[in-house]
Ligand binder design. Structure first.
Ligand SMILES: C[S@@+](CC[C@H](N)C(=O)[O-])C[C@H]1O[C@@H](n2cnc3c(N)ncnc32)[C@H](O)[C@@H]1O
Length: 409
């Protein structure tokens, strides 16, 4: 019998994934069901078929089914690509473009599209067909937030990605037999699925870096099945691993029928959208980044730093921002001009966010989002707006002090 309930999910692909994992020694997969999650806007999730107690092992996934940097760079394809890249670019090879992650994305894409069978095919074919991350969203949605911090981050990331595609095309034109002719079309898919599903690299077979010293740096790895678990803020999770397996040990009692969650990270909606393509309502971890600029001796503007304003309940405007402005350790006394300047900066952000809210609202039909992406953007923008309103109140409360120096508490 299929492990899936809904017709909407490609049951054959998930059955193939489970079959491949079972053949490689996975356990526990017959005790779960894969279906849309009501808590996560219908995104596919994993549900317990039987009751689990705290401390029980939900499932065990063999490490030979985990796809990490080692598996990519040790493959004949990526070793050859590396050689060509060194040959062509030598010391000029830009590691931001030809990064470790990029090699993994190319490997994933090639393993998915090549006709011959390979170890990873059942897994790669089971992944969502579209990249979920915000950088991959349609331009008509992205342009509505282009002036926001998220919009600028997307633009920067897309520029790097564009360089990566151009690099790949140049290798392809010189070595046409190396990669599948369609490979560039799949890199965005690999990148989005990698970013939104990756686990810490140490879970891979050579995850501690053995044999990978020349590649330096740490990166994530893809862990089939466990990457079907959706995120829940604040949820405790316990992944353990030994030489051969990665295990999910239940941190709570789970009743039959309940969704099994992961906790990806503590992140603001901006980070969640950027890395996973979703946002949560009323995210208490949201922050409003403020970039502080000053003029150098020649009058040229230079960046002093980016400071994260939090919700009032989490500390509001950070002390470090006041310190950077005043140049003083003790920030209890602020000059009126400094507070006014901050107020001006926050109000500029307010204009941007209010404009973005209006633009995103223009996509609503009968006052409702027709696409969950719009709902996520509204969560993000509402969070930004709330922090702005709270910061203005905080700054105004400092401003209304009677002295010519404002007191900041
Ligand atoms: C690791 S995968 C989880 C499995 C995924 N739902 C699937 O369909 O394959 C991460 C993706 O799941 C979705 N997701 C995870 N947690 C979510 C949540 N709390 N709310 C909405 N979407 C979520 C997002 O699309 C995210 O990119």
């Amino acid at each position: 019998m299929s492990c899936l309930q809904s017709e909407n999910i490609n049951s054959k692909k998930v059955d193939n994934l489970f079959k491949w994992l079972n053949e490689n020694g996975a356990t526990g997969l017959d005790q779960v069901e894969i279906k849309p999650s009501p808590e996560c806007n219908g995104s596919i999730g994993c549900f317990a078929k039987i009751e689990f107690k705290k401390g029980d092992i939900l499932a065990k996934i063999p490490k030979k089914c985990i796809l990490g940097l080692g598996q990519a760079v040790q493959s004949p394809l990526i070793s050859q690509l590396n050689e060509y890249a060194q040959q062509e670019y030598g010391k000029k090879l830009d590691k931001q473009v030809f990064s470790n992650e990029f090699m993994l994305w190319i490997y994933e894409g090639q393993c998915l599209i090549e006709e011959k069978d390979n170890h990873w095919k059942a897994y790669l074919e089971s992944l969502p067909s579209e990249s979920p991350i915000v950088c991959s969203w349609d331009e008509n949605i992205l342009q509505k937030i282009s002036k926001t911090n998220l919009g600028s981050a997307v633009e920067k990331e897309q520029a790097i990605f564009q360089k990566q595609i151009v690099f790949l095309q140049s290798i392809q034109s010189k070595y046409p037999d190396l990669l599948h002719p369609e490979i560039t079309k799949y890199i965005e898919w690999s990148k989005g699925n990698y970013l939104s599903r990756r686990f810490v690299g140490k879970l891979a077979i050579d995850g501690e870096g053995k044999g990978l010293e020349q590649y330096g740096g740490k990166m994530g790895c893809m862990v089939p099945f466990f990457d079907l678990l959706n995120h829940k803020n604040g949820h405790k999770v316990n992944f353990q691993h030994d030489e051969e397996y990665v295990l999910y040990v239940c941190e709570y009692d789970i009743k039959a029928g309940e969704e099994v969650f992961n906790n990806y990270c503590k992140a603001s909606n901006e980070e969640l959208l950027f890395t996973y393509g979703f946002a949560v309502e009323n995210n208490q971890l949201d922050v409003l980044p403020l970039k502080l600029m000053a003029c150098d001796k020649k009058g040229k503007p230079k960046e002093i730093g980016v400071f994260k304003v939090q919700r009032q309940s989490k500390g509001g405007i950070p002390k470090e921002l006041f310190q950077a402005m005043t140049g003083e350790e003790d920030t209890s006394q602020l000059y009126p001009e400094e507070v006014d300047m901050l107020l001006k900066m926050v109000k500029q952000k307010q204009i941007v966010i209010e404009d973005a809210i209006q633009q995103v609202q223009s996509l609503l039909v009968d006052g409702k989002p027709t696409d969950v992406k719009i709902e996520y953007l509204i969560h993000y923008l509402n969070g930004q707006q709330e922090i702005i309103t709270e910061s203005i109140t905080q700054l105004k409360s400092i401003q209304f002090e009677e002295d010519d120096q404002y007191e900041y508490h």
